[in-house]
Write a protein of this length. Structure first.
Length: 742
């Protein structure tokens, strides 16, 4: 998970929760945590949820955020299969509920339902929680003590405001970090600031984040202290809102639109950083910086907002970069209020018939009432941006100035199934579009229309589809010079048209990412036309790939991330021809059946490679002997379903920078080489459903790493529910039952 702040002043309530969760009480019990917004309910619940004692005590644990605008099917989907929702996309809510019930039956489970607002949501979901005699628990967080009483029969565990000394500790930790202290000349003012936050953790970390990013001068701190003094006598909720508003007012001008734009996303929903950056680019929020791409500038803006505690890191990727983020619901409310006031964006409610806002957001609500989207958009005065996740056609004639169109593209993977939707050709008449994302199952045939190139401003094209069929782009796609990101499952890219002109018009100079391209032909004529490609995801459905010129992949000199999926019958001679550029930082191979010597020769020598993932028999051969001087920059290594690997010979010098080793279903691997105990950079080994002997070797490595002074090192293992290996768990060797963490 993302950034964490030290938990202060919660020892008593933390101990109470632990007692209630692990107490010897039969049946399924409800444990509510109650408190006002921003007091730290979610942080406390997360702290408990990730506590090793809790992890060991329960057979299975799951977390779901409910929110005011809830969707029962989404809640069930999150509880059943949070990581691969698309695999359950076609199931009804009742089918998902039955699946959840069966998965919990006979197990001691812990369910966390965060941010509960209504008894109706509870009544609809509680039927799927077995009331067994396994001492199961359901922990809820809510601002409403009456709701806690309705659900559990008690008003729950109430979180109180922090004491003055606790507020000061949290404030200092936020402004200066755990290893630094407040300068003496600022201490008196700082204590005044902390005191005026009145013990509310959210206020403390927001003001702390503001001061951490500002000049640490007496004048500025006095200015903040005076502003806080003016609101100190307001009631709790109003004072909190004023603190939030102050954090917004003090933002640098270039960050304000990026902050307000977070109101586009549904409450409590996770936002993928890669998509957020693309949207900021399309909305023209970014100031170009010499030597940096707009996406890199967007990353810097995001980091600044995170450092100010205005955006929360949700998850990091394998490389340590931020993968997803979210926003506290109180801050999102502020975004919507200020955005509405400044006519920046409008989040529509049922019954609104007119808007002068340039950005319009329409989200389906929990009551499932229909938005009259057509009426709303007809009355809109030519909006520039539309985010809409309701399953309804809308009038394109009123949208001709759109720069951003993002329809039915929510993370829950609900797809349009309507037969009366407008034809795909209509979308490609919106010539001002810079960002286009839509779901399409029924309105795409076997190819995009030739009119596609009329979107001459288009930077990002994302299409959600699950049918897996090949869909061809027209040759005119090579005229779309502004394209930066293309993500269309099963897209077939045509050869560039031949030209005799001095200036080649069929080139994509800005293209940075292409994802899920089928049978990608990397001919020389293609390589020279995508000179700045950085991320490429391709898959081949034929046993012979020589006609697709795989040797030319090595000429993509700016390529940093490559995903290659191959069928298992690819000829060995074709694999020999496959080439990789030295610029690669991340490589994923799926299938194909390479030999280990090819992995060493072709991949081990890549000087910048930091992440390597090998899936589904991408390598065949029982013995892997690594070689000195290779994998010199590798930080992350994952092997999944490499079924023939049984012996692995490694010297500690072979992976000098490795941080994370993840092994999934390596059924024949006898043990992890003991030399991994000597790799000083190693932080984590994860094993999922591997042999007992491999788990025991990981245990030995954990003990040796600790002896060598690497106290941050840990091993995480998933085993069968009845495995005796669960008894080996220690502070740095965590053992879970398979499927126990959802």
């Amino acid at each position: 998970m993302g950034q964490k702040h030290a938990m202060v002043g919660v020892d008593d309530v933390l101990n109470d929760i632990m007692d209630k969760l692990t107490g010897q009480q039969s049946g399924c019990r409800i444990v509510p945590i109650v408190g006002m917004g921003g007091i730290g309910k979610t942080a406390l619940a997360r702290n408990v949820y990730e506590n090793p004692l809790i992890v060991q005590y329960f057979d299975t644990c799951a977390w779901v955020t409910v929110s005011q605008e809830y969707n029962i099917r989404e809640i069930l989907l999150e509880l059943v299969c949070p990581e691969r929702k698309e695999s359950k996309e076609m199931l009804s809510g009742d089918a998902l509920g039955e699946m959840l019930y069966r998965s919990l039956c006979g197990r001691r489970y812990l369910i966390v339902m965060d941010d509960m607002w209504s008894i109706e949501a509870w009544d609809k979901i509680k039927l799927f929680f077995p009331s067994n005699n396994k001492e199961s628990r359901i922990m809820i967080t809510t601002r409403l003590s009456n709701l806690a009483l309705q659900i559990s029969g008690s008003r729950g565990l109430t979180m109180n405001f922090l004491k003055e000394n606790e507020s000061w500790d949290l404030f200092c930790n936020t402004v200066f970090g755990e290893k630094s202290s407040c300068p003496l000349e600022l201490e008196e003012i700082g204590k005044r600031v902390a005191k005026n936050c009145k013990g509310l953790p959210l206020s403390l970390i927001l003001i702390g984040g503001l001061l951490a990013k500002s000049e640490k001068t007496r004048n500025y701190w006095e200015y903040i202290a005076e502003n806080l003094s003016s609101i100190v006598n307001l009631e709790d909720n109003k004072r909190c809102l004023r603190v939030l508003y102050m954090s917004y007012l003090e933002l640098p001008i270039h960050l304000k639109p990026c902050f307000l734009y977070m109101g586009v996303f549904p409450e409590d929903k996770v936002t993928y950083v890669s998509r957020l950056r693309k949207l900021w680019v399309a909305e023209r929020f970014l100031k170009p910086i010499s030597g940096k791409s707009l996406e890199e500038v967007a990353g810097e803006y995001l980091k600044d907002l995170i450092d100010r505690n205005l955006i929360i890191v949700h998850r990091l990727g394998s490389s340590g970069k931020i993968r997803s983020c979210k926003m506290h619901d109180l801050l999102r409310d502020l975004c919507l209020r200020e955005a509405q006031k400044e006519k920046f964006l409008c989040s529509l409610e049922i019954g609104q018939a007119k808007t002068i806002h340039r950005r319009i957001v329409v989200h389906q609500n929990s009551s499932m009432e229909k938005y009259d989207t057509s009426k709303i958009l007809h009355s809109a005065q030519l909006p520039r941006s539309l985010t809409c996740d309701v399953q309804e056609a809308f009038p394109l004639d009123s949208l001709r100035l759109l720069r951003v169109l993002k329809q039915t593209y929510s993370e829950d993977l609900h797809y349009l199934r309507r037969k009366d939707w407008y034809p795909i050709e209509a979308i490609f008449k919106l010539v001002n579009l810079q960002y286009l994302a839509f779901s399409a199952e029924m309105n795409l045939s076997s190819s995009f229309p030739s009119s596609m190139h009329l979107l001459w401003n288009l930077q990002t094209l994302i299409v959600k589809r699950t049918d897996g069929q090949l869909i061809y782009a027209p040759p005119e796609i090579w005229k779309m010079h502004q394209l930066r990101h293309v993500q269309v499952p099963g897209l077939g890219l045509p050869d560039p048209p031949t030209t005799t002109a001095t200036k080649d018009e069929f080139v994509l100079p800005n293209l940075q990412k292409m994802s899920q391209i089928k049978n990608f032909k990397c001919a020389e004529t293609v390589v020279v036309r995508i000179p700045n490609i950085r991320k490429l995801h391709i898959f081949y459905s034929e046993s012979s790939i020589s006609q697709y010129c795989p040797e030319n992949l090595g000429y993509l000199q700016k390529l940093e991330s490559l995903y290659v999926s191959l069928i298992s019958e690819v000829r060995g001679i074709d694999l020999e021809r496959l080439s990789f550029p030295h610029s690669l930082k991340k490589l994923t191979l799926w299938g194909g059946g390479f030999q280990w010597k090819q992995i060493n020769a072709k991949i081990g020598s890549l000087p910048l490679l930091q992440g390597l993932k090998l899936y589904n028999d991408s390598v065949k051969g029982g013995i892997w002997n690594t070689v000195e001087g290779q994998f010199c920059s590798l930080r992350f290594l994952q092997m999944t379903c490499i079924y023939k690997l049984n012996r692995w010979r490694v010297d500690s010098s072979h992976f000098p920078c490795l941080n994370i080793l993840r092994l999934v279903e390596l059924r024949k691997l006898q043990k992890i080489p003991s030399s991994f105990a000597e790799i000083q950079t190693l932080e984590l080994i994860e094993l999922y459903m591997c042999r007992d002997s491999a788990v025991l070797s990981a245990k030995d490595i954990a003990e040796q790493q600790e002896e060598f002074g690497n106290h941050d090192f840990r091993v995480v293992v998933w085993v069968e529910p009845n495995s005796e290996l669960k008894s080996l768990a220690t502070h740095n060797f965590h053992v879970f039952s398979s499927g126990s963490r959802r």
